[in-house]
Design a protein around this ligand. Sequence first.
Ligand code: IVH
Length: 671
Amino acid sequence: MDQEQARQRIDELTDEINYHSYRYYVLDDPEISDQQFDAMLAELQELEERFPELQRADSPTMRVGAEPSDQFATVEHAVPMLSLDKSFDDNELIEFDRRLKRHVGMDSDESIAYVCELKIDGLAVSLRYEEGTLVQGATRGDGRRGEDITANLRTVRSIPLRLRSDPPPVVEVRGEVFLPVPEFERINAERAENGEEPFANPRNCAAGSVRQLDPSITASRRLDIFCFGTGEVEGTTFDTHLEELEMLRSLGLRLNPHVMAVDSVEEAREYCLGWTDKRSELDYEVDGVVVKADSVHLQKRAGATSHGPRWATAFKFPAVEAQTTVKDIEVTVARTGQLTPVAVMEPVFVDGSTVSRAILHNEDEVARKDIRIGDQVILRKAGDVIPEIVKSLPERRTGGEKVFRMPDDCPVCGTEVERVEERVATRCPNLNCPARRLSLLTHWGGRQAMDIDGLGEVVAAQLLERGLVERPEDLYELAAEEVAELERMGEKSAQNLIDAIEESRDRGLERLLFALGILHLGRTAAARLSDHFSSLREIADASQEELEAVPEIGPKIAGSIVDFFSRPENEHLPERLEARGINIRRVEPDEEAGTDLTGVTLVFTGSLEKMTRAEAEELVENLGARATSSVSGNTDYVVAGPGAGSKLEKARDLGIEVLTEDEFLDMVSDR
Ligand code: IVH
């Protein structure tokens, strides 16, 4: 076959396969068998291998996933991707309609024609087509700038690589990439089998898949898309949103089948309420309905606020409740010694994720809600919001239920617990409690503390179990040969750990203070204290009043510090640390090191009030930190705002420091 014949055949195959992909993935109406399809694809692949220069930009072989990359490039959206104001019930929807009419000078008895669409719970993306070919795919990012995820989006079969019919020279398509629930379940089952952490819900899984640096992973997850609008469009205009959607359909893009045009807000209300009950019938997650004024003329008159367009609203479905049984109430012990009751429930799938644990906060709450072991309970959850046991169902009791009491002794070490009345909290006071010791040791080595690479939970647990280490300062007397004896630890990694420990001696007062794991003492307080005092000895000797004189140090933190240093086990702590070669003095930050958040991993959850999520993420990234979407053992901080959900719960379970938005801003403004 010569070059010209190859070109012809490649062109033919590319067009054919793209057409059949469209029949299959967009219209859900295939014309040929899977085998025929695969055969064409195989032929194309072979030809492209022989004639790589003939591969077209819209070749379906690109869908298998390109080479992994290190990071995503930034993409400026030609037209910003706005978000939407929300309506939390039907009254707020009616109010939205009234406001809109007032704003554009319509009479209250006139009606606005709306288009109702399901609000797909996925990830907003923008697809840029030039001369009909997909040239760029991007995440929403902060609305103005997103990330270039073209290689990943090419693997989504329902995204056309080439538009059909007569496309405008430039069109940016906006849509929601999502993961169908059955596919989500398949992925989680597979992960469970491989011993990997499951995704909390389909949206997290979709977001994680789309932001994969390795497109072949994205390709292995069957993502899908529903398109709902446009950004920049050259050469065409529309009078209505429906026309816009019709154009998208004719270009071969996939639209949600439940789009409905209505004549008034009352009909929109019916649609919203109807889907509130019916949404569970869908095999993808929706978290509400988007109601958009249909007339483009009206849209222009209405304009937008910084939140979003005045002509559209997101009607949010109410929280969902589910019934399940409390199998047990476990008590967990955190680094600070705090005991937290956690309800362990029969797993239930509620509003997009499987829930089996709910934090009960403290004994008083368990008593107030009268939750007993064995009780049937009502669990409430909305979107990413933390699942909560609303109430128990006493009428369902059979007599075998057990009233929960906070143990008198720590469930891990058996030491008698302390009640901290003003916080209705219970604490294990034993600093040697294995649960506390382990989390203290890993906290000590954490990136924000002494930053010891290689001192993860598994290694720390072994060091404690073998009695090689009792308290963090013992790390500094370890020998490489002792470390090499640990399971799955070779000589080389043992030496690396010893080197990392060695290097950590000189982190200085601020990090050391934080590393000690003193109750209530976070990074910000540690920074303030180290601005004020020059060594740990001074802090250990300081009185409550002297400590409170430091900006941002209140009675709670001051009291906790005094209490810490007055404990017998902490007697002469500064001297003991110094004897192990640990620098207990303030180190003046030099320009290079320690002045930024390099290497720190944060997770934002819930809503932020002073900035958008994207702005916050950009901020941390500029400081050298990383904002990730899921909480794991590698997470240093979780910044939680109102409505924080399962991530917050997980952070607490893992003993990760949780910051409010203000605390986070404080922390970054220190830098
Ligand atoms: S329209 C200016 N339509 O919801 C119009 N958004 O809160 C803005 N979404 O970022 C978007 N389904 O990620 C629109 N049918 C739909 C949607 C939808 C899901 C998401 C989208 C957007 C967010 C707005």
